[in-house]
Design a protein around this ligand. Sequence first.
Ligand SMILES: [Zn+2]
Length: 393
Amino acid sequence: MEGVGLLVPVLAATALVAVLGLLAALSRKRSTEDASRAYLAGVRYVLSDEPDAAIAELSRAAQLNTGTTETYFALAALMRRKGELAWAIRLGQNMLLKPQLQPEVRRRARLELALDYRRAGMQDRARETFEALVADPPAGPDALAAFRRLLEESREWARAVEIQELLLEQVGSGDDVLAHLLAEQSLAALASDPGEGRALAERATSLSPDGPHGLLALGRARLACGDAEGAREAARQAVAREPETAARGYALALDAAAPPEACARWLGELEEPLGERALPVSLTRAEALIQAGQLEDAAGVLQAAVSRTPRSVEARRALGELLLATGQLDSVRDQYREVLRRLGDPLLAFRCGSCRARFRTFDFRCPGCGAWDALSRERGTTTGEFDPLRSRA
Ligand SMILES: [Zn+2]
């Protein structure tokens, strides 16, 4: 049978766990003779490398004796650790077959099974199992958070919102995540129902008034409902709250019929008080000035950004590209050399505070681990020395 070759060493290791579990089970006065017999049979099958029979007997033992369920969970955990997900899943399925399982054991088995399905890439089965958990309350906070993450990955925002509301009831916090989910649900609803999209975005901004995600969604929703001025205002507010949304806020303002030069003005007003955090606003302002045809002003903004944040590869690259595009390369060759001096490494300017992974672009949700509001720009990002002019010569 497929997988048995890999399974043999796993079962050999399992045998020790099982024998220890058996001793524990036998020492319990309330353990019934039937359960012990089923358990013994299970261990015998484990030792003789008959996984199907072992799982059947261990399942029976687990149903007969609650003390045995711990060993059963331990066996599934061992399978999981060894990468034998299919077997961990079969153990979980078998355990759930009998209706007389104690409710808390059933919930735990369901949660582990749902997580195993998810690890195995069986998202539909994982979703079904999580739904069964939610339908058999109380599903604990861990189960609800895991279900919500699954729904986020499949972009089922409406259900994710409902699950987050259940989680909120249990733990009393999580408004910020709920606002993110509502913002996503709003953006997804806009094409088919702008009015609903606007209501969802308004709910997001009432939960988290300073949340840039909700503000951007509100801007998009206002635009879809024909309120271009309101859209431009929301774009400005989003960038004021979170400079890293400058490019998205600018794109929204342009879609809402704002002229690039007007955008460059309000971006310039936001730039001033931000200090080192102004970099993404400066880059976007330079882009607006380029689109407005004000190339000298754009170069001035980028030069100021480079001197304010000398290690910013983005500012140097943008300035270099601008100088190239405007044909100033010959006259400012030395400057260009300086601009490109550090452009070696791929630019991974954002780090997740939760999983520590690095990313090229800012996002509200970490693409690696799914944590919300975890990405931030690393200060003083260093890059390798690289001189394209010299290497070409
Ligand atoms: Zn992360």
